[in-house]
Design a binder for this molecule. Structure first.
Ligand code: ADP
Length: 453
């Protein structure tokens, strides 16, 4: 396996881990946001409360207070030991401060203010100013405690998150492996089948997940189909060799006979030559049919768009040829005057020729054959009916197999290769059609071909 290609398990681990980290990061971000808003609101409310209480308690004669009296007055609104401060500007423009307030206000003035929040000497302050009844009241609140508490909480959460991420890695890995295990098992099975280290021809089908379950099932179906196709091909090669061997053996036998006895018994030469002639022509037919079969199979996959052709003249022509070949046979055609269908002339001629030839071959003298050609219900239908020897119902499925010949007794008298119907079926399949056989009454068979319109 290519080392650069990562396994599903590795990809899943990376994906889940990334997702997990993103989620944690977002949760932390939300926590930090909410905490900041909480500190801000809390400080704001506290400052508002101080300002409101001061403004409620100021009376008109307070204006005459001296600085010290004001300091005492303002100190009353501050929590003891806190680092807060209040400043107050009277309507007459005098500014007074709470204890140590002036110093703090001076410092705050020299620092940047972010939305009323001031960061100064490792401390955080909230600054609020309001005008009430001509007085300008400013409050500075130290929010260090809250800020420290929330920073610690955030730190604790980040550490917990890191621990969670580290602990989750083996868990995520295990989960991902569990998910990718069926795929690994299937891959191993495929490799075993490929290298033939196992006799089984199926891959493992996991119950879950559904996609892999279906994938494995489809793959097994494909394997089964391939296996059958290979077996069919092997059978075909065996059958074809056998079919060719028989006439070849006969030909060689007669040649040897002529060589050994030809001089002493010249009368056998003519008879042997006749055998050689008939066997070699049998071979010729067989080889031609094998070539046709190969051609029909090769074009199986796809057909290019074809122009429609009129099928009636082809049926008439093939019927005339048959009637000339088999003197006593007569063919009746029932069809509209023209029937157009997009099919290659060569293909349709092969279909009709093979069906008519069989109908005549497997009928006794005076064969009466009926051909029906019509278009109905979305199909082009071709029926060839004869009144011949018929086919046993149990063999209906077999006669389309290559080299199958029903009832060796009568087949041995009637010449044939067992390939004709296989060629017809391949051509019909190529056009996405269907071929079937049924009994004709009182005797004979009906071959029916349906090609989609
Ligand atoms: P063959 O060269 O033997 O005719 P086919 O593939 O054309 O090969 O037909 C396969 C077998 O199907 C034949 O051997 C024959 O037993 C049977 N068969 C085909 N057509 C007919 C028919 N019209 N009547 C009776 N039997 C038929």
């Amino acid at each position: 396996m290519n080392k650069k290609i990562r396994t599903t398990s590795q990809q899943l681990t990376q994906l889940f881990l990334t997702l997990f980290i993103i989620i944690l990061f977002l949760v932390n971000l939300a926590f930090a946001g909410i905490s900041t808003a909480f500190i801000y609101n809390n400080a704001h409310e506290q400052a508002e409360e101080v300002i409101d209480t001061i403004s409620d308690n100021i009376s008109d004669h307070d204006e005459h207070k001296n600085k010290n009296e004001w300091k005492l007055f303002l100190n009353a609104y501050l929590a003891r030991q806190s680092n807060d401060a209040i400043s107050l500007k009277t309507p007459k423009g005098k500014t007074v401060y709470s204890e140590d307030g002036e110093e703090l206000f001076e410092k705050v003035k020299n620092h940047r203010n972010y939305n009323n929040v001031v960061f100064m000497e490792n401390s955080v302050y909230y600054l609020r100013t309001a005008n009430e009844d001509g007085y300008r009241i400013s409050v500075i609140l130290n929010v260090d405690d809250l800020f420290t508490l929330i920073t610690h909480l955030l730190l604790a959460i980040i550490i917990l998150n890191l621990i969670a991420i580290i602990c989750s890695i083996p868990l995520i890995k295990r989960f991902s492996r569990k998910w990718s295990q069926p795929l690994e098992k299937i891959d191993q099975d495929i490799e075993a089948i490929e290298h033939q280290t196992t006799a089984k021809k199926k891959v493992f089908v996991p119950k879950q997940p559904a996609e892999i379950h279906h994938l494995a099932q489809s793959f097994n179906k494909l394997l089964e189909y391939q296996d059958k196709a290979i077996q069919r091909e092997q059978q075909f090669v065996t059958d074809a060799s056998h079919e060719l061997k028989t006439p070849l053996a006969a030909i060689r036998g007669h040649i040897n006979l002529i060589k050994r006895r030809g001089k002493e018994h010249p009368e056998i030469v003519a008879k042997s030559l006749q055998y050689i002639d008939s066997e070699s022509s049998r071979m010729e037919i067989l080889v031609n049919e094998l070539l046709e079969l190969g051609r029909a199979k090769k074009q199986h996959q796809s057909i290019d768009p074809i122009d429609p052709i009129d099928l009636v003249p082809i049926v008439q022509k093939e019927s005339e040829i048959l009637e000339q070949e088999y003197d006593t046979c007569s063919v009746y055609i029932s069809s509209p005057t023209k029937v157009f269908y997009p099919i290659e002339v060569k293909d349709f001629r092969l279909i009709i020729h093979n069906l008519l030839d069989n109908a005549a071959k497997y009928s006794q003298n005076n064969a009466k054959i009926k051909i029906e050609l019509q278009k109905d219900n979305g199909y082009l239908t071709l029926r060839v009916k004869d009144q011949g020897v018929g086919i046993k119902e149990e063999n209906y499925g077999k006669i389309f197999d290559r080299f199958y010949r029903e009832d060796q007794a009568h087949s041995s008298q009637i010449k044939g290769t067992g390939i004709g119907l296989a060629i017809v079926k391949d051509i019909v399949t190529k056009y996405h059609g269907k071929i079937s056989v049924s009994a004709n009454t009182p005797k004979g068979v009906i071959f029916e071909i349906k090609l989609p319109l």
